[in-house]
Design a protein around this ligand. Structure first.
Ligand SMILES: [Zn+2]
Length: 344
């Protein structure tokens, strides 16, 4: 059996220790390099002009020669107005990238030796950047689609006499949500060109109130090309897909793999990682942020065969391309996102 990717030397190209040892100047230069490619030719975030701006070394700021705007390496990015040293931000990204099943804000706060609140906001800003830089083109080829419920049942009462029938709809947990996933498979040609590739290619996630006909059909119409092959389980909400797609089913109450080789394994492996994060790392997810967490695991799945150094650069690149967060700016001063991201 081949060695697991994470055990190979190829998986390791990032040293959090080396990042923790960077001097302030080196950490600053590294972020400039990632944002603009150099510290010399910087891009003014206001007028977008790339040039040799005046550098005010004592403040680590530049002044634009054409519009006189003053900016730093984090201006107009998700890290704008940061109070942490840049080295700590880089180190946090390294820790975040290495946590293949996600990381809780409490653990991050201990690793960075910062307050829980600081770690919570920082991790969410990284999640928001990953989400913001995501483009969802319609999937084609073989697509696996499935839904899984979170917060599905209410906590049982202590006394048996006080307990309710949790199977009844009236006793359902009002926080119950469904994470719906769709993933396409690498084509035979893609695998032939690069034998390293296997399994799922792109993962899209959505949060809905339930797995139902209408939501499933809408999502498939928006994000799957007509006539693609869709694998699902026996759940009746997928029945309508028969009209526009080549629908293949596996009946999970009978088998994991049908006699003609149909599985829903790409979706199952997504939920496997999602549930490891849910039960083993973050423990509790507010529905308001469920979409961010679901997408985080989609990103981790899609980058599972990339080295940690590459993912680190990719994540930081996304953070530097994402404008300051409306949802997490002043979070602990009372500014919160107030609506869930639900698909219908
Ligand atoms: Zn300018």
């Amino acid at each position: 059996m081949p060695q697991h990717f994470l055990l190979t030397a190829d998986a390791r190209s990032l040293s959090p220790l080396a990042i923790a040892r960077l001097s302030d100047d080196k950490a600053h230069a590294m972020l400039c390099e990632l944002r603009w490619g150099s510290m010399e030719n910087v891009v003014c975030p206001k007028c977008s002009k790339q040039h040799k701006a005046y550098y005010i070394a004592t403040r680590k700021q530049w002044q634009c020669k054409s519009c006189r705007h003053r900016f730093s390496v984090t201006s107009s990015t998700i890290f704008a107005h940061h109070k942490l040293p840049i080295r700590t931000i880089l180190f946090a990204c390294a820790i975040y990238v290495n946590a293949v099943k996600g990381i809780s804000a409490l653990q991050l706060s201990r690793d960075l030796d910062v307050q829980y609140k600081t770690a919570f906001v920082l991790a969410h800003k990284i999640r928001e950047s990953i989400q913001a830089q995501r483009e969802l083109f319609p999937l084609n080829g073989e697509i696996h689609m499935d839904g899984s419920y979170v917060h599905s049942s209410v906590r049982e009462e202590n006394k048996k006499a006080d307990r309710v029938d949790r199977r009844l709809k009236v006793n359902e947990n009002p926080d119950k949500r469904c994470v719906i996933v769709m993933r396409n498979r690498y084509t035979a040609d893609e695998i032939k060109a690069n034998p390293q590739l296997a399994g799922a290619k792109s993962t899209y996630t959505f949060v809905a109130l339930s797995e139902n006909n209408k939501t499933v059909s809408n999502l498939a119409k928006l994000y799957i090309e007509p006539n693609s092959v869709i694998h699902t389980d026996e759940h009746p909400s997928y029945d309508n897909l028969l009209v526009e797609f080549d629908l293949k089913r596996v009946n999970h109450s009978q088998e994991y793999r049908s006699d003609d080789g149909i599985t829903n394994n790409l979706a199952e492996s997504y939920f496997s990682r999602f549930k490891r994060m849910y039960h083993g790392q973050v423990h509790k997810i507010d529905n308001i942020y469920l979409g961010d967490y679901a997408n985080e695991i989609a990103y981790r799945e899609d980058t599972r065969r990339m080295s940690n150094g590459l993912i680190f650069h990719d994540v930081l690149g996304k953070c530097l391309k994402t404008p300051p967060s409306n949802d997490f700016k002043g979070y602990w001063q009372g500014n919160h996102r107030n609506a869930e991201w639900l698909v219908a």
